[in-house]
Design a protein around this ligand. Sequence first.
Ligand SMILES: N[C@@H](CCC(=O)N[C@@H](CS)C(=O)NCC(=O)O)C(=O)O
Ligand code: FES
Length: 150
Amino acid sequence: MFTLRASRAALRPSLQTHIYRHARLLSQEARSKIQAAVDEKPVVLFMKGTPAAPECGFSRAAVQILGLQQVPAEKVSTYNVLADPELRSGIKEFSDWPTIPQLYVNGQFVGGADILISMHQSGELETFLEDAQVIPKYEKSAEDATTAAA
Ligand SMILES: N[C@@H](CCC(=O)N[C@@H](CS)C(=O)NCC(=O)O)C(=O)O
Ligand code: FES
């Protein structure tokens, strides 16, 4: 009886290790796929639906903000997580962020819809995208200077 208990107890950790290793392996493969996606373009948006047909208001907002910031289309890649359940869960683990949309700029996670809206409204997003060389720096024209002085 004692022996049986002992051997069961001894089995448990190795089984756990096996399951853990398996999960880690799967996750490593998913992780490198996501890393490649994140590195594909300067701006990468994980969203529900497509820019032309967003399937959620939060994703629509993220797309609209990129448009308002005049981010050139050729600098943007988007991924529809609704078409890829593995990506939908994987990106949450990868970014340690529980929701979609998720925006990456130059490989760095920026945030979801709330963060983008607030950064857009404060003017921080424009500066951030300029510094990231995603959009050109806004040069104050002579006309702006005159308006400011008036
Ligand atoms: N407050 C969030 C709004 C986004 C959100 O709540 N997304 C939900 C509903 S679309 C989500 O992704 N849930 C998990 C899922 O659908 O996989 C943000 O700032 O981005
Ligand atoms: S899909 Fe329902 S809130 Fe985004």
